[in-house]
Design a protein around this ligand. Structure first.
Ligand code: BGC
Length: 249
């Protein structure tokens, strides 16, 4: 059994658990620590260290980040402190924890986990996982192989003759902020999905993030050609994907 600690950095909480990367199962109960105010890099690194200590873990650690991660360097910060931009976060976390840390984008982690153990299992063509939460995250997988950092939540759509960023119009956060009914939100999501469909012709959409738990509310109202399924690993997808990624480095 290969045990790796997976940690998922989110806007409100930082969650971790040891993962058996052969089965994708958590081997202990998840532990969650609230995300420090402002989500500054050094404060987050401290929490990651706390989680490593909580599980008394030694060995590789996989960590997700809600932005672009290229070779361990965080290159964007749409919903977190701007100090992350250009930071070697991999190195910061490795030093803070004394363990080998590998970082990847949060949606990419969820995509890897779903492709290996969840709704994308067995898909030989192109699967696009889209997470609708605070932002919109994306993971592009072909035959289970990840093409990282697609950032499709930042595509622009034409809304009422004006260019509008998809994430600022169709995320779950916007649904809540604008108090949209499920049907209205599904109409927005459909427009977005149809645009992504036109650009990528995927074989499968996997919908993750907060809304995946409420699929009965919106799924009947979604209109797109591509087969659409909801993510099955839900809250654990980031943790499992981060551990998987670290195990394969
Ligand atoms: C970020 C992505 C992230 C997504 C979900 C977007 O704002 O740019 O990198 O995957 O939010 O957290």
């Amino acid at each position: 059994m290969s045990l790796i600690l997976g940690i998922d950095i989110g806007g409100s909480g930082i969650k971790g658990a040891p993962v058996d990367t052969q089965t994708g199962k958590l081997t202990a109960e998840r532990w969650r620590i609230p995300t420090p105010e402002g989500a500054k890099a050094h404060d987050v690194a401290e929490v990651v260290h706390e989680l490593v200590k909580h599980f008394n873990h030694s060995g590789p650690v996989g960590v997700t980040f809600p932005g672009v991660v290229q070779h361990g360097v965080t290159l964007s910060a749409a919903n977190v402190d701007k100090g992350w931009i250009g930071l070697d976060a991999d190195d910061l976390f490795t030093k803070a924890t004394g363990q080998q840390v590998t970082l990847l984008n949060d949606a990419d982690a969820a995509g890897l986990a779903e492709a290996r153990f969840g709704s994308g299992k067995g898909e030989v063509g192109m699967a696009l996982l889209l997470t609708f939460g605070t932002g919109i995250g994306s993971a592009l997988l072909y035959g289970g192989v990840l093409v990282p950092n697609t950032e499709l939540g930042h595509l622009w759509l034409e809304v009422n003759k004006a260019a509008t960023e998809a994430e600022a119009w169709a995320s779950d956060r916007i649904r809540e902020q604008e108090d949209l009914g499920w049907k209205s939100w599904a109409k927005r999501a459909s427009k977005y999905l149809q645009h992504v469909e036109m650009l990528f012709s995927p074989d499968l959409f996997i919908i993750g993030g907060g809304i995946s738990k409420k699929a009965d509310k919106w799924q009947p109202h979604v209109d797109c050609k591509t087969k659409l399924v909801t993510a099955t690993l839900q809250n654990d997808a980031g943790i499992v994907g981060a551990a998987l990624y670290a195990s394969e480095r």
